[in-house]
Design a protein around this ligand. Structure first.
Ligand code: GUN
Ligand code: FE
Length: 455
């Protein structure tokens, strides 16, 4: 008998590819002590009954109840952890004003470690309760508070990729919220990287430092160059905002006479471990550059509805070989749920395809073939996010991590409308994706450890 740390029996949904869902009905999922899926066994496999018999009486055996389903945990590719403190506010302002009047003042408060602890514990707990098992975080400019966020992820069992934000240009950033100078910004980033790598040694699910220029407008050339060098020296992930809005996109064009993508690449900031948020205004050459360098797009559909002045043609970008995942962009996006973002990504894509101005004739109104399905949105929220980060996460498959959410469709306060015991499981999957609320998430596991149970 093989020793497993955990065995789960139940029905699961995972992506076969970006367009199709694999329904794993009443499968066995055998997890090893490292929290990796060692074996997935279907009822048709010859060893199913033997494995079931040898594990089903053990304390580590988990049988899902009727009406419960397994989904991979979500991978949120773009979260501003400090902005959780202002989620839902000021969304009627344009990006530039929102940053200067709301966001920079709130982020500046994270020099206070007590305040940082209160907000960061709450945001990590909230994201886990919403099924997000991996998050790519922007913290603030403060090294110690950024490290605290990484420590809180480590303690609470979430896989956190965390960046100390760099914004060093005194011309562009307010005096109350910017790095002291370029040299300090780079030295603190390096110290942060070293500290998080040390923390990672004792963190089962992994915690990762991320090189994080806020966006080109907030950084000097020297900082951007230095950050590219640090990312190469320590082989870290990299994140930033790229071609998000008319204002941000044209600001970079005026400064460098090129688009964000090429400017970032010149500084060594595009790589297989880079995730760029938004990217609404990528042109064809930018898309090729992303594909060539392995840079991923963190698609933030709710936030984009407020700040990006456009709907990103995400399916066209993905079809050119660019990795894509979903981001909540708290708090440009108000919702901590990737269910909500998946729904918005589908709705936005439909509006892009049809177009939105009824005064324009139907055949000229939209951008043809732009729609995505809920299956594709689910792929972006799970497997696509994992691929974007080059980590074995986001799929319920052998050699992937046991990062899951258990959805309970029977809860009296949030029952899903399933009335036929023999309903096609593809329909059940769609009902979960469109209707599940946080209460339906019964348990969340990361790397084989239970990290959330619904109260
Ligand atoms: N561009 C620069 N900073 C930010 C931010 O915090 N949120 C969004 N949405 N865009 C940005
Ligand atoms: Fe953002």
């Amino acid at each position: 008998m093989t020793n497993y740390s955990l065995v789960f029996k139940g029905t699961a949904f995972t992506s076969k590819n970006s367009k199709d869902i694999l329904v794993l009905k009443e499968h066995l999922f055998c997890i090893n002590e490292n929290g990796m899926i060692e074996k997935v066994i279907s009822p048709e496999d010859t060893d199913y009954q033997t494995v079931l018999d040898s594990h089903q009486d053990k304390p580590y055996f988990h049988q899902l109840k009727k009406g419960q389903y397994l989904l991979p945990g979500f991978v949120d590719l773009h979260v501003h952890a400090p902005q959780w403190a202002q989620s839902g506010t000021a969304l009627d302002l344009p990006l530039y004003d929102w940053l200067n009047t709301y966001t920079f003042p709130i982020e500046s408060k994270f020099s206070d470690l007590d305040f940082a602890k209160e907000v960061y514990e709450d945001v990590v707990r909230t994201l886990l309760a919403n099924g997000t098992t991996t998050a790519l975080y922007f913290a603030t400019i403060h090294k110690d508070a950024s490290l605290l966020l990484a420590e809180i992820c480590a303690q609470k069992g979430q896989r956190g990729l965390v960046g100390k934000v760099v914004m060093d240009d005194p011309e562009q950033n307010p005096s109350f919220y910017r790095d002291a100078d370029t040299k300090t910004a780079l030295a603190e980033t390096e110290a942060f990287i070293v500290a998080v790598k040390e923390l990672a040694k004792s963190t089962k699910q992994g915690v990762y430092p991320v090189v994080t220029p806020r966006f080109i407008p907030s950084c000097t050339d020297a900082a951007l160059k230095g950050l590219g060098e640090l990312a190469a020296k320590y082989d870290t992930h990299i994140q930033s905002h790229c071609s998000e809005s008319d204002w941000a996109h044209s600001h970079v064009q005026e400064r460098f006479n090129k688009n964000d993508a090429f400017a970032l690449n010149d500084f060594g900031l595009l790589s297989d471990k880079s995730v760029m948020a938004h990217c609404n205004f990528l042109d064809t050459d930018d898309v090729h550059l992303f594909s060539k360098t392995g840079t991923a797009v963190g698609h933030c559909p709710i936030s984009n509805a407020y700040f990006a002045n456009s709907v990103i043609p995400i399916v066209h970008i993905h079809s050119q070989g660019v990795d894509v995942g979903l981001g909540s962009d708290l708090s440009g996006g108000f919702s901590p749920s990737l269910f909500d973002n998946a729904r918005q990504s589908v709705m936005s894509s439909r509006m892009l395809e049809d177009g939105v101005n009824p005064n324009i004739p139907a055949d000229q109104r939209g951008l043809p073939s732009s729609r995505i399905t809920i299956n594709e949105a689910f792929y972006f929220a799970t497997a696509g996010g994992g691929k974007s980060l080059s980590l074995p996460i986001g799929r319920l498959e052998e050699n992937f991590t046991w990062d899951v959410q258990i959805i309970d469709s029977t809860l009296s306060s949030a029952k899903l409308p399933i009335f036929d015991a023999n309903e096609d499981l593809n329909d059940t999957f769609q009902k979960i994706m469109y209707l599940a609320r946080p209460e339906n998430i019964q348990e969340v596991w990361v790397q084989g450890e239970k990290v959330h149970t619904r109260q």
